[in-house]
Design a protein. Structure first.
Length: 425
């Protein structure tokens, strides 16, 4: 049989074909549709009503409230109430204020290798970390999916991004992604399937892999895939999920690739991306003289359990520099509860951090903690577009959670390795 890519294997199965070829347009059956409170019921229900149709299969729809949480404005409260009513009426799986959709969906066991999934959010490629083909669509297209259970897709080519070697202490998946944004550009993915591979990828934890797949969106890719392995299966088993028969879900040797990029993880340094684009990334030392007002630990790329644990190791026994506000928004309630049980949240509290809800918050421009005029912030979010997190005059630098924590203590953009002992801890 012809050698094929991981993306082609998943799409072929979903479209009922033995094989597919890049450039073909096929109709694929959707295994799961994920929507949230912002682009979900309030957007799709009017379309479904106009079409006079219901859901194709309520058991294959997951709804998560995360954008307007905690509903502290009149508009937010109304939207959350509409979302809750829709969940009851449509009888779908619903997680209300449990965290950011891209984290909650896998941690509740809804994803498995080989699935074909659509999400109503641009960072839906996160699901690719689990060997699922997952991508984001707008509300109109999502309404079509909810009504029919199908979607057409132009079979993508695969851009293989191989990382050799291993990351050094203090360097993370976020640094890898900022490097890719700088080197390949924010259209480097060409709305194709990006696949991450190599020794460094295999060594990453699932939550670090999720960061890579999530930020395939910043590369302009449709999906960000990682072939499933024992790490995937063990993680899904731990959260009550099912990895299924994942063996063979990998790109075959000799499969045709659109491009193949190779990077050396061992030589990578912590990165910081200057306003107003992730593509403005460079080694953190080049921004060492930049003072900050706010350090934000949040979002699906920077506030999962492992992020919180790493940040606490830097903050323990320390406080933010004078004049620096530290904000922490854990990505999910489960991750926050685990962090609390291990004393991690207590470290943040001792450091005087402002603990925010388990929600998208100011990463997506929501809530009362948006950045004010002229504020300089270093953030663990995925994007730093002008005005996205608050006032248009605010300036947002992107970095890993470790770099954000180090910068909070230093009062300027700082290399997290400055806070490590000789053993790398």
């Amino acid at each position: 049989m012809m050698a094929t890519t991981l993306a082609e294997k998943i799409i072929a199965r979903a479209s009922g074909r033995q094989a597919v070829t890049p450039g073909e347009i096929v109709t694929a059956k959707v295994d799961l549709a994920m929507i949230h409170d912002s682009g979900g019921p309030r957007r799709v229900e009017p379309i479904l009503r106009d079409l006079d149709v219901g859901l194709f299969d309520a058991t294959k729809v997951v709804l998560i409230s995360d954008h307007f949480v905690p509903g502290d404005t009149d508009e937010g409260a109304r939207i959350l109430e509409l979302t809750r009513n829709w969940a009851r009426e449509r009888k779908v799986a619903f997680y209300d204020g449990e965290g950011i959709c891209h984290v909650v969906l896998p941690e509740r066991g809804h994803l498995k290798p080989g699935m074909f999934v659509v999400g109503g959010d641009s960072h839906s490629p996160t699901g690719g970390a689990f060997g699922a083909y997952m991508f984001g669509v707008g509300a109109t297209e999502m309404a079509g999916v909810l009504a029919t259970g199908e979607i057409w897709i132009k079979v993508p080519g695969t851009i293989l991004i191989e990382w050799t070697g291993l990351l050094s202490p203090g360097v993370t998946a976020k640094d890898m992604m900022l490097t890719l944004c700088a080197r390949l550009g924010m259209d480097g993915g060409g709305y194709q399937a990006v696949e991450y591979a190599g020794e460094a990828i295999r060594a990453l934890s699932m939550q670090e892999r999720m960061t890579l797949s999530n930020m395939a969106a910043e590369l302009g890719a449709q999906a960000g895939l990682i072939a499933p392995d024992e790490t995937t299966a063990d993680w899904l088993d731990a959260v009550g999920g099912d990895a299924g028969d994942w063996h063979g879900l990998a790109t075959d040797a000799g499969a045709t690739l659109l491009a193949h990029h190779v990077f050396d993880a061992a030589t990578l340094e912590p990165q910081a991306a200057a306003p107003h684009s992730p593509a403005n990334a460079a080694p953190v030392g080049e921004a060492a003289d930049v003072g900050i007002d706010v350090a934000y630990i949040g979002a699906c790329t920077g506030a999962k359990y492992e992020d919180l644990k790493a940040v606490a190791a830097i903050l323990k026994g320390r406080e933010p520099a004078s004049g620096v506000e530290l904000m922490v928004a854990p990505a999910s309630r489960r991750d926050q509860e685990r962090a609390a049980s291990e004393g991690i949240m207590a470290v943040f509290e001792a450091a005087g951090a402002h603990i925010l809800p388990n929600a998208c918050g100011i990463c997506a421009g929501y809530g009362s903690n948006r950045l004010g005029e002229g504020v300089t912030c270093i953030s663990s979010t995925a994007r730093n577009f002008k005005g996205r997190m608050g006032a248009a005059s605010s300036r947002v630098w992107l970095a890993s959670p470790l770099t954000v924590a180090a910068s909070a203590v230093a009062g300027r953009i700082a290399d997290p390795r400055e806070f490590m002992r000789g053993d790398g801890q």
